[in-house]
Design a protein around this ligand. Structure first.
Ligand SMILES: NC(=O)c1ccc[n+]([C@@H]2O[C@H](COP(=O)([O-])OP(=O)(O)OC[C@H]3O[C@@H](n4cnc5c(N)ncnc54)[C@H](O)[C@@H]3O)[C@@H](O)[C@H]2O)c1
Length: 409
């Protein structure tokens, strides 16, 4: 039975608490956060996930658990990892460290996190839930023989869209790392690459050849949206971020030489029900598709009844409406792959090894995200086989992340 400790008690920690209700042999033992820890611990106790305690410091939490999860905002990653490392130096024994997506805001930070975990000799998990989505994993399993007979998929489209993040720090490119490309492009690029990776091969098997990207600020730079953001403390007249991103990533199979393409599209202007994940993969003679809004469950709430709605997000993440014809997804933590990513990570930690996705993999995704920003900034396709380009990416901080998005949006 592994004891879990969460750092951060916000949106994603709540999702993980629900996911843990479907995971065996785990105790949600403790939580530390600047805000929300009491509520999360209470919920976990109500769900019988353990005697979940609130800790007053990262050091105290780390000493009391086997697995620590970094579920706090992107800008706090390094500082929190340093606290974890101090606790480990002080004698805390951890079996695993989990970090949510995106691993970091840029390559320098990603590299520091990877080096720190290596120095601690502790197995890691990079939490990218979409690669664990049962509808994708099962489609791939079902198509396994077909793939062997016909060859691997050559085109993947992957999109995540919603109406915009819930907290101001996500909107601010200096604290989050960018706009929607950093926030959600990390999902879509990783998932697209996974959909093209031949079965049985490691997830970093395909070699990135080139990347091109178009980013724009389409909705949230206009009135009344820009003023709404200003009221929440985010100034897109001074430091805007992209609310639209389209990335094309070309890959090469190092054994067969086959080329394949990922098209990753993301937006924060999906003024439609909630959040939509849309994926499709095409191989020679076969394909599969995923649309997370196709649910067997629906609801209707009339204007007269709408006042009684408590929380529309209970039905669907990022839900934008409380009345009319609505979509209900009764188990989003399973649908989006959270349950499966926990099962994978905990089994790996029990065996003393990294999860399917480790921090090095998270760093690879950050490299591709940085290359996408560079492609947009330079207005040209980036050659990912050129050692000079890869060198440049190591220290590259996108203008948008620096707060100079006005120059490129
Ligand atoms: N996998 C997904 O689909 C998904 C979805 C949402 C968020 N995320 C990721 O999860 C992370 C957290 O996002 P969120 O939506 O939960 O954010 P949030 O703002 O809702 O919650 C952040 C939590 O961290 C706490 N916190 C802030 N600074 C801290 C610090 N220095 N030390 C300790 N706690 C601190 C806050 O008090 C809060 O409890 C981000 O990296 C985000 O990218 C992933």
């Amino acid at each position: 039975m592994l004891k879990i400790g969460m750092i951060g008690a916000g949106f994603v920690a709540g999702f993980h608490e629900r996911a843990l209700c479907s995971v065996r042999n785990v105790e949600f033992a403790g939580v530390y956060a600047l805000k929300g820890a009491d509520e999360l611990a209470q919920q976990a106790r109500r769900d019988r996930l353990g005697d979940t305690k609130v800790y007053e410091s990262i050091g105290a939490l780390v000493k009391a658990v086997d697995v620590v999860c970094l579920f706090a905002p992107n800008f706090a990653r390094l500082e929190i990892m340093r606290e974890v490392a101090r606790a480990v130096e002080g004698g805390a024994e951890l079996k695993g460290i989990i970090i949510e997506k995106p691993l970091a805001r840029n390559m320098r930070e990603a590299d520091t996190l990877v080096r720190m975990a290596k120095a601690m000799h502790i197995p890691t998990a990079y939490f990218e839930n979409q690669i664990h989505m049962p509808c994708i994993v099962q489609a791939r399993r079902q198509l396994g023989q077909v793939e062997q007979a016909m060859g691997a998929a050559h085109l993947a489209r992957s999109a995540e869209e919603h109406g915009g993040p819930h907290e101001p720090w996500f909107w601010d490119p200096t604290t989050q790392g960018g706009g929607v490309c950093c926030d959600m492009g990390c999902h879509s690029i990783a998932c697209g690459m996974f959909m093209l990776t031949p079965s049985g091969k490691p997830l970093d098997y395909l070699k990135p050849v080139s990347i091109s990207a178009t980013m724009a600020l389409l909705k949230w730079g206009k009135e009344p949206w820009i003023s709404q953001l200003k009221e929440r403390g985010v100034d897109y007249t001074a430091a805007p971020a992209e609310d639209y991103s389209s990335v094309s990533l070309e890959l090469r199979d190092p054994e067969t030489g086959q080329r394949s393409m990922v098209q990753a599209t993301n937006s924060w202007m999906y003024d439609a029900p909630g959040l939509r994940l849309l994926m499709e993969a095409f191989g020679p003679g076969y394909s599969y598709t995923v649309n997370s809004l196709q649910s067997p469950s629906g609801m209707f709430i009339s204007d007269a009844a709408a006042a009684a709605v408590t929380d529309s997000e209970l039905a669907l993440e990022k839900s934008q409406a409380t009345r009319g014809s609505l979509i209900l997804q009764p188990n989003e933590s399973d649908l989006y792959g959270y349950v499966a990513e926990w099962i994978d990570a905990l089994a790996a930690f029990e065996e003393g090894r990294d999860a399917l996705l480790n921090l090095e993999y998270g760093k690879l995704i950050i490299m591709l995200i940085m290359a996408a920003y560079m492609a947009h900034e330079k207005g040209k396709t980036i050659d990912l086989t050129d050692p000079n380009v890869l060198n440049e990416l190591e220290d590259y901080i996108p203008l948008i992340q620096q707060g100079h998005g006005k120059k490129v949006l």
